[in-house]
Design a protein around this ligand. Structure first.
Ligand code: NAP
Length: 462
């Protein structure tokens, strides 16, 4: 047994259900709100009332950092999930159960037991606003979810005990899903741990699966990086390859295995949108592509983190004149990042009509690759696959590169592409595709688990 942590919005039953689970598991029960009151010698309403929410959050962080690693059932305050340091402490070698309920149920429960307000809004509006604000964080925090809208504490606790005994992958789904992975496309070293997890008697039924969905994706660095991060943060997960030409096949297997999340790569970033329940504002409305899907509490929510990986290394070049080479999936995220940085952007593409479509979405100029010389850009971003191993071509000629330019090649295999080599010779500042990979992976891990991994850690593990 490990630590069992209950998270969730106020009124979802964390304390009552936690106590029953503690009793049935023979484990001590702790409540972080009670520990804060003991540590400060003050009631939570007093801390909120006299010193405000920020002070309460400070005390809460201290209590969570000081929790013992020994087995216990721990109920937490509704807002703990929003702090990545809290999540790092709570998630280590633990099982996080997120309790959730519909707004009517929560309102009824909170009317019976008043708590300090978190906003100046009337109760129902406050619940709706805070649930919306925290939804992403609860989904990230959840190893398992239980809907308590229609349950008594006893039946919800029975559901938790069942999950703790058997995990979330139904036995009947294990063998048919194994056949999907035995396609011959997945390298042997990835198959061994996967087959153990999917066997009739897995070493630990609580190990959860996730992975990268693509075709092809066997070259992905995802399994190495994510599995190393799971070890580093004490997370009971395994990341694998969901490689198949048919996305509906991948999604069917992912749902049968109740995966926690998927990274999405070529060629599915746009195709996946109809398969998911919600798409976040950046990905859906502007970029039109999803590279991250988080499954939790009955919902599959899609995000795009590629643009964050492009934006971060360029943040000091706000307002520059930029050229984006290519107009495919990665270019959409890059165009969003470059316009977000208020750059004077021109998109150039082999097929100019595609550059036009993308440019119209982002309100920038467009043209063909031969228009490069007329632009005199400060920033050049390559989003074509030219230079990707074994291709050794460049999207521009070496004599078109000049000292003072910043050249960002999104291609990351090889780590130093022919374009980056030429740009270095020409005295340009260079940014490799690895930087984009690190930035997008960091955000993806945060969306999956609520933990903010330092970029240096990702670099070390790659
Ligand atoms: P994509 O959707 O297939 O788009 C490819 C783009 O490159 C299209 O605009 C295409 O032009 C252009 N192109 C292809 N071959 C070309 C050639 N021979 N000459 C000139 N232009 C050519 O691919 P994508 O998903 O955007 O990926 C593009 C690159 O970004 C890949 O190398 C990928 O590895 C890299 N990437 C890196 C990261 C990272 O984390 N670093 C993340 C995502 C992608 P047409 O419109 O004329 O076909």
């Amino acid at each position: 047994m490990k630590r069992i942590i209950f998270c969730g919005f106020r009124g979802t039953g964390k304390t009552e259900i936690g106590k029953i689970v503690a009793e049935q598991s023979g484990l001590p029960f702790l409540d972080t709100d009670t520990l804060i009151e003991q540590q400060t010698g003050r009631s939570i309403p007093d801390i909120f009332h006299e010193d405000g929410e920020e002070r309460f959050r400070e005390e809460e962080r201290k209590v969570i950092a000081g929790l013992k690693k020994s087995d216990a059932v721990i109920s937490t305050g509704g807002g703990v999930v929003t702090d990545p340091i809290n999540m790092e402490h709570l998630r280590r070698d633990s099982i996080v159960v997120v309790l959730h309920a519909d707004i009517d149920t929560i309102e009824k429960r909170l009317m019976k037991k008043p708590r300090p307000p978190l906003t100046g809004l009337p109760l129902r509006e406050e619940i709706a606003t805070m649930m919306d604000r925290r939804r992403q964080h609860y989904q990230a925090a959840a190893d398992f979810c239980i809907d308590t809208s229609e349950t008594t504490p006893e039946t919800a606790a029975a559901g938790v005990m069942d999950l703790l005994r058997h995990g979330n992958i139904p036995v009947k789904n294990r063998v048919p899903c194994t056949a999907f992975f035995k396609s011959g496309r997945i390298p042997e070293k990835c198959m061994d741990p996967l087959l153990k997890i999917l066997s009739d008697s897995p070493p630990d039924p609580l190990t959860r699966l996730m992975g990268v969905a693509g075709y092809p994706c066997a070259h992905s660095k995802g399994p190495r990086l994510f599995n190393a991060l799971f070890g580093h943060y004490g997370l009971n997960y395994h990341y694998t390859l969901f490689e198949d030409p048919e996305l509906d096949e991948i999604m069917s297997v992912a749902r049968h295995l109740d995966v926690k999340g998927l990274s999405v790569t070529i060629p599915f970033k746009q195709e996946i949108i109809p398969f998911i329940d919600e798409v976040d504002e950046h990905a859906a409305q502007q970029i039109g592509a999803v590279n991250t899907v988080v499954f939790a509490c009955g919902t599959a929510r899609g995000y795009n983190t590629d643009w964050i990986g492009v934006r971060k290394p360029l943040v000091d070049l706000k307002g520059s004149k930029a050229v984006l080479l290519g107009a495919g999936g990665a270019a959409a995220g890059a165009a969003f990042a470059l316009t977000d940085l208020e750059m004077d952007l021109t998109i150039l593409n082999r097929t100019p009509a595609k550059a036009k479509v993308l440019a119209e979405r982002f309100g920038c100029r467009w043209g063909e690759l031969s228009d490069f010389d007329a632009i005199h850009p400060d920033v050049v971003v390559n989003s074509t696959p030219l230079g990707m191993k074994p291709d050794d071509r460049m999207p521009v000629r070496e004599d078109q590169l000049r000292s003072g330019m910043t050249v960002f090649d999104l291609v990351y295999t090889p780590p130093v592409t022919p374009l980056i080599e030429a740009a270095r010779r020409a005295g340009c500042t260079t940014i490799t595709g690895t930087e984009m990979f690190i930035g997008q992976a960091r955000e993806q891990f945060y969306l999956f688990f609520g933990i903010d991994v330092p970029s240096e850690k990702i670099r070390e593990l790659l």
